[in-house]
Write a protein that binds this ligand. Structure first.
Ligand code: PGA
Length: 246
């Protein structure tokens, strides 16, 4: 059974209400490409407003807390994000692992909290340049994935995003061979834990994906879509990435 391509924009700390027109335009693009599942992971402040204009796209968050409620100033629970209109959330993005010191254990707990609130999850993993240069990328990222994987991981609510840290926002990407090798390794690693479920689980590539490289990247056998930062901020830039997934 084929895996439906999943193309998700990650707006990071970008976007004010003035950009809701872009959300609406991307929602319209999604409607024109029903074969592709398209979404936007927005700043939490935009989720509720975006929910009203999202068209055929889904709206997601970029992180959630692992607890349901409590004394966690400035944090948002998965239920809060779901109530605002999110259908998905990212967990374990390398910028959160680096900036907020989030661990594999935190990432798995956040994924479980998200699932409990009815959110689907994109779980991010990826290596540093040092690890890549040392030739350890597949083993390090496979171990990171298994350590971050939540209990009950299944293809109907969880997707993986492989994002080499050194490729994020840099305009540099790995060779197509390196991406193919990594995605194959990650699916094999998943299979050791979740068995046949690994075959249906989508593994996205992220890191400087854009309209120029998306078709080649998403043409790789085990690449089931993309997690797209800079090239998802406008409908004009995101359109060729979505079209490349068809
Ligand atoms: P980028 O970001 O496409 O701007 O490299 C991707 C990501 O961090 O999800």
């Amino acid at each position: 059974m084929g895996r439906r391509k999943l193309v998700v924009g990650n707006w990071k700390m970008n976007g004010l209400k003035a950009q809701l027109g872009e959300v609406e335009a991307i929602g319209a693009l999604a409607a024109r490409h029903p074969a592709v599942e398209v979404g936007l992971c927005l700043p939490a402040t935009l989720i509720a407003a975006a929910d009203g204009v999202k068209g055929a796209a889904f709206i997601g968050a970029q992180d959630c807390h692992m607890k349901d409620s409590g004394a966690h100033t400035g944090c948002l629970s998965a239920a809060m994000l779901a109530q605002a209109g999110a259908g998905w959330t990212i967990v374990g993005h390398s910028e959160r692992r680096q900036d907020q010191g989030e661990t594999d254990t935190d990432t798995a707990a956040k994924a479980l909290a998200a699932k409990a609130a009815g959110l689907k999850v994109i779980l991010c993993v990826g290596e540093s340049l040092d690890v890549r240069d040392a030739g350890d990328a597949e083993s390090v990222v496979s171990a990171q994935l298994l350590a971050s994987l939540p209990e009950g991981a299944a293809a109907d609510w969880l997707a993986i995003a492989y994002e080499p840290i050194w490729a994020i926002g840099t305009g540099r990407i790995p060779t197509m061979e390196a991406v193919e090798t990594m995605h194959r390794a990650l699916r094999a690693a998943l299979a050791t834990t979740i068995g046949g479920e690994a075959e249906g689980m989508r593994i996205l590539y992220g890191g400087s994906m854009n309209g120029d490289n998306a078709a080649e990247l998403m043409g790789i056998t085990d690449v089931d879509g993309g997690l797209v930062g800079g090239a998802s901020l406008t409908a004009a830039k995101f359109a060729p990435v979505i079209a490349a997934a068809v």
